[in-house]
Design a binder for this molecule. Structure first.
Ligand code: ZN
Length: 501
């Protein structure tokens, strides 16, 4: 006879298989598929996703969860099974509160909005996207209302990406960070020693960039036995189970940063998924616990490791073997300054570490205001430009380089942006903690040795998957909740040295 927990796991395993299958179809879409595949693939994905959803919110699942809840009553609340039931129950209640009419409206309106957003961005004309944005915000307000009572209508949206997090927490941390980053960027750009990054813009053969990137991510611990790398227009990480976690990357023959830091970033995401305990496979616990925690892993490898001088003491000599004509004369100090050049970029995805969070805080403020109705969608471009000027001292030249640059809102993603900044903050909090446990980490990195770092991350973060909510996990590891202090200390130390402030 199967126990209630075994029965629940069997049902959840089938839902997981469907999600992995959809992920595989999507991976193929972005990596291999000819243009003609778009139409049948959209139908295949819609079918699989609908079946996965229907299975998850089915009456059978509801009963299985109820029985499992009773069965885990006697278990340690911290056991895998008790946590699995708790997380499944949370996700289930969230999904059944959303009426299927809303889901249908949402997918129809966002599918249409995406095309109109592309057109609007191409023509740099917000008015084309405006009526669609208005519908999307309206739908998002309705969505929030399915989860009343709430402290703020933004909270139910944020919870989808950052379980348990409240917008008030995010706001108070951002409020501490904002004036500090505005002032740091101003000082860098107005008083700093100019940085020359010409060396990064020479011609770098793509195959050699690929080979160098593969050497680096093998060294840091990305496991090619349980993953693979391909090329795609937008880099991403996808999982078909703990033992098959794939990444993609892209190349710019005239800019070295694109591939190397993109590759490190995706490998950081993938190593999180590869490090989850195999016992959790095919359950809702078999994934990183939140987007913010995920981003802390990708950014740790990309920035705290990859954009450090210590790292390049080990890897600049290797880069010189791949590209003797381009970099043989550069020293590690100049190379380090070049890869960390700070600029007033209008575009978020091109932003450096010093400016990045400002792009996020701008979007967070505007989203919060739209959700409570204090900012009307028609006034969004003006509000964007004003805020941008306040943060960066300049105004975007047009909507394409301003309010229309990101795909997120056209896809209905509201509440998603903060997770990028949370990733930066969490990474720095973990980084300080890691250095307490591994006092000679910098010396290890200089020797291209990452075993202890990866082992630490596996033990404290990766293995748990989604067993703990993100802030609970952060608290277990660092003894505190979300904080801006460590990130501010990191930025200040790093950029005051680079810019001689
Ligand atoms: Zn990422």
């Amino acid at each position: 006879m199967t126990t209630p927990i075994e029965n629940l796991k069997k049902l959840l395993g089938e839902v997981a298989d469907l999600h992995y299958t959809a992920a595989l179809l999507n991976w193929d879409h972005q990596v291999n598929m000819p243009p003609g595949g778009a139409r049948p693939r959209a139908m295949q994905l819609a079918t699989i996703s609908r079946i996965a959803h229907d299975n998850f919110v089915s009456e059978e699942m509801g009963q299985a969860i109820e029985s499992a809840k009773q069965a885990v009553g006697d278990l340690d609340a911290d056991s895998d099974d008790a946590r699995l039931v708790k997380k499944t129950d949370h996700d289930y209640l969230k999904e059944i509160k959303v009426p299927s009419d809303w889901v249908a409206d949402f997918s129809r309106i966002t599918a249409l909005a995406h095309g109109e957003w592309e057109k609007a961005r191409e023509q740099s004309d917000f008015s084309i996207f405006e009526p669609h944005a208005k519908e999307i915000i309206g739908l998002r307000q309705q969505y929030a209302d399915f989860f009343k009572p709430y402290d703020h209508p933004y909270d139910p949206l944020l919870d989808d990406y950052e379980p348990g997090m409240k917008s008030a927490q995010v706001k108070s941390v951002f409020d501490a960070l904002k004036p500090f980053q505005i002032e740091l960027v101003r000082a860098i750009l107005e008083e700093g020693e100019p940085v020359d990054d010409g060396i990064l813009h020479l011609n770098y053969e793509i195959q050699k960039q690929w080979d160098f990137g593969v050497e680096v991510i093998k060294d840091i611990g990305y496991d090619f036995e349980n993953g693979r790398q391909d090329k795609s227009t937008h880099p991403f990480t996808t999982s078909f189970g703990i033992t098959d976690v794939r990444i993609t990357t892209r190349f710019d023959p005239n800019f070295l940063n694109t591939a190397i830091f993109g590759t490190l970033h995706e490998a950081g995401h993938a190593m999180y998924e590869q490090g989850i305990r195999t016992e959790l496979d095919r359950t809702p616990l078999a994934a990183g616990t939140s987007l913010g925690m995920h981003e802390s892993q990708s950014r740790m490898w990309e920035n705290l490791v990859g954009r450090s001088k210590t790292f390049w003491k080990a890897y600049l000599p290797k880069l010189k073997e791949y590209f003797p004509d381009q970099v043989s004369d550069v020293n590690v100090d100049d190379f380090y300054r070049a890869i960390n050049k700070v600029e007033r970029s209008f575009i978020r995805v091109e932003a450096d570490e010093a400016t990045y969070n400002l792009h996020i805080m701008l979007r967070f403020d505007l989203e919060m205001a739209m959700m409570v109705g204090s900012l009307a969608v028609k006034d969004l471009p003006e509000a964007w430009d004003e805020k941008f000027e306040h943060f960066f001292g300049v105004r975007p030249p047009d909507d394409a380089k301003g309010v229309l640059q990101d795909v997120h809102w056209s896809s209905g993603l509201v509440g998603y942006f903060p997770t990028y900044a949370l990733g930066n903050l969490i990474a720095s909090q973990l980084w300080e903690r890691i250095h307490e446990d591994l006092p000679d980490l910098q010396a290890q990195i200089e020797q291209a040795s990452f075993d202890n770092l990866l082992e630490w991350l596996r033990e404290h973060i990766h293995q748990h998957g989604s067993k703990y909510e993100p802030m609970e996990l952060l608290n277990r590891v660092t003894g505190s909740g979300l904080e801006a202090g460590p990130y501010m200390r990191y930025l200040e130390t790093k950029f005051k040295e680079i810019y001689d402030l």
